[in-house]
Design a protein around this ligand. Structure first.
Ligand code: GAR
Length: 195
């Protein structure tokens, strides 16, 4: 059975769908949920699902990314994860951290990558007049939001759309695609899904 560590910063809705998918004949289980924010809503949700939780507060490291990432690696080590799934984890990781989990780390990003790496993705899609927006699940490499895309889901941008309205239509797609992609990834299947 493979072990999956899930890293969050916020409400953890993607984390919940990932964790809930890993039951029955699924080849993996959630082994730990780690947050860089002590007040992340997802921590209580993980605890309610019976998953161990860990907090490594980035504020304790005062901008020292290398020290923060080292602390996260140390906190994850006892759980010995086979896969690290970033699920709304809003920290930029150092090359050392990414190398440590090379080939084992996934992220979900709320845009049709390679468009709109970084923040404010839905507003940027609206401002650009794009006809479609969506989300991407990708492998994490040293390039921010730049690793191989494993899955992409698209929705139409509607007249008068706001970033919040668009986010609310993309999120259910994230909840469908991320668990599907994780299941395939832990089974060694990296073929791309497009919906
Ligand atoms: C999700 O929309 C995810 O795609 C996004 O944060 C949200 C987390 O929601 N991730 C990023 O923007 C990564 N750069 P959740 O905590 O409810 O899963």
């Amino acid at each position: 059975m493979k072990k999956v560590a899930i890293l969050i910063s916020g409400s953890g809705s993607n984390m919940v769908t990932l964790a809930q998918s890993m039951t029955g004949d699924h080849p993996a289980r959630a082994c730990v949920v780690l947050s860089n924010r002590p007040d992340a809503g997802g921590l209580a949700k993980a605890a309610a699902l019976g998953i161990p939780t860990v907090v490594v507060d980035h504020k304790d490291y005062k901008g020292d990314r290398a020290a923060f990432d080292a602390a996260v690696m140390k906190a994850l080590a006892p759980y010995d994860p086979d896969v690290v799934a970033l699920a709304g984890f809003m920290r930029i990781l150092t090359p050392e951290f990414i190398a440590h989990f090379a080939g084992k780390m996934l992220n979900i990003h709320p845009s049709l990558l390679p468009k709109y790496k970084g923040l404010h993705t839905h507003q940027r899609a609206i401002d650009a007049g794009d006809e479609a927006a969506g989300c991407s699940v990708h492998e994490v490499t040293a390039e921010l939001d730049g690793g191989p895309i494993l899955a992409q889901g698209r929705v139409a941008v509607l007249a008068g759309d706001t970033a919040d309205a668009l986010a609310a239509r993309v999120l259910p797609l994230e909840h469908k695609l991320y668990p599907e992609t994780l299941r395939r990834f832990v089974s060694g299947d990296r073929t791309r899904i497009d919906v």
